[in-house]
Design a protein around this ligand. Structure first.
Ligand code: PLP
Ligand code: TYF
Length: 393
């Protein structure tokens, strides 16, 4: 029977990771997968995370099951981190999930349970896994204009025009901050218009928040999500992989913000039901680390400080790259990189240009010309800048 299976397409980002590893060249530069790296190319365990793990190891007395929704203290801590006081806690249902991906997957499943005919609107472009999960679930997808290939910024007009076609019972996927793959986020005024439009149309916003703290800071990066949540019903998939650096622990949360407490209770039961159908109890270790860090003033301050160092480091690299490109080209046409947020920027190179930079210079970026800025350092910024100019960007 197993021979009846069809070949499945590989994940292009993960294939790129393997190709980079297999490249024997000394000077190769990895700007592929979205993992933070320090200037030495390491993805460190954050200080507060290590300390929290030590405390957990010393103090944990049991590893018995938690609850289908995970530890309620984790949900409380994450709802506070993401939503602040934008909505009363009693109107937010939340469950722990295996990573942000688990939350995204179950958010889509919840949409399908609410309305099997829902159209899920996604930005063009979006994270490839959004599309592959939606396809796997057999859901209907429509793209909305998002990234303008000419300005390398958000096409706000196109976005609003396309989303005006969303109907009651549809869901609209939005990247809460640090859009993957473009690095381009809507301005505050555009977010307000999007929130108003979706409310008016009766479409459900579904925010994927995977990089809170990587763009403009923890509070600023949550602003759009909070505005959407304050406006009515919405779903939020939040990942702890990047901002806590706990990728392999698989830590995330799915939230459903309801209009009243009774609906929130119903949503909570449905989220727990979904956990039970898919894996029963969510992973606990990463969630416990996050709860420990967020619940201890000292650890939290240290975590926020380290996250801020990471964020500032990526902004510094953007500035160096833009400055180097100004110097080489005598123009400011690469300054778009300074307005991009978080780890990613889409450079606007063709697949052929991307391939040339890989073949000639050992520079690995995703085929759509997305770079992970954190893959650079002071030594490699000039190498990338030179290759970009040589290839004709
Ligand atoms: N959503 C987006 C847009 C992402 O870039 C990621 C990145 O990894 C995720 C969700 C999920 O991350 P994870 O499942 O590792 O928490
Ligand atoms: O976009 C990225 O690079 C990150 C990491 O299947 C990632 O979101 C990439 C592919 C994948 C899972 C995570």
């Amino acid at each position: 029977m197993l021979d009846q299976l069809k070949d499945q397409p590989a994940d292009k980002i993960l294939s790129l990771m393997a190709a980079f590893r297999a490249d024997p060249r000394d000077g190769k530069i990895d700007l592929g997968v979205g993992v933070y790296k320090d200037p030495e190319g390491r993805t460190p365990v954050m200080r507060a995370v290590r300390e929290a793990e030590k405390r957990i190891w010393e103090q944990e007395t049991t590893k018995t099951y938690t609850a289908l929704a995970g530890d309620p203290a984790f949900s409380d801590a994450m709802v506070a981190l993401v939503l602040g006081d934008a909505v009363p806690r009693s109107r937010v249902a939340a469950v722990a999930t295996p990573g942000g991906t688990g939350a995204v997957r179950q958010g889509f499943e919840l949409i399908r349970m609410m309305n099997p005919d829902a159209v899920v609107w996604v930005p063009e472009p979006t994270w490839p896994n959004h599309l592959s999960i939606l396809k796997h679930l057999g859901m209907t997808v429509k793209g909305y204009r998002y990234f303008d290939e000419d300005t390398l910024g958000v096409d706000a007009e196109g976005m609003l025009a396309d989303l005006a076609g969303a109907k009651a019972g549809d869901a609209v996927l939005l990247h809460g901050c640090c859009h993957n793959p473009s690095g381009s986020d809507p301005e505050a005024g555009t977010w307000e218009k999007v929130a108003g439009l979706l409310r008016e149309r009766g479409a459900l916003p579904f925010v994927d928040l995977a990089y809170q703290g990587f763009g403009d800071g923890l509070e600023a990066d949550a602003r759009a999500t909070r505005a959407l949540a304050a406006g009515g019903e919405c779903l939020i998939a939040a990942s702890c992989s990047k901002n806590f650096g706990i990728y392999r622990e698989r830590t995330g949360v799915l939230m459903a913000v309801s209009g009243d407490d009774a609906v929130a209770t119903l949503a909570q039961a449905n989220l727990a039901y979904l956990n039970r159908q898919n894996f029963s109890f969510p992973p606990d270790h990463g969630a416990r680390v996050v709860t420990t860090v967020l619940g201890d003033a000292g650890l939290r301050a240290d975590w926020e400080a380290e996250l801020e160092e990471i964020r500032a480091g990526m902004i510094g690299l953007r500035q160096q790259l833009a400055a180097e490109l100004r110097r080489l080209t005598n123009s400011d046409r690469f300054d778009f990189m300074l307005s991009h947020k978080g780890m990613f920027s889409r450079l606007g190179a063709s697949p052929e240009q991307v391939e040339w930079m890989r073949a000639e210079h050992g520079i690995y970026m995703v085929g759509d010309s997305r770079i992970n800025v954190a893959g650079l350092n002071a030594r490699t910024v000039p190498v990338l800048a030179k290759a970009m100019v040589e290839v004709g960007l």
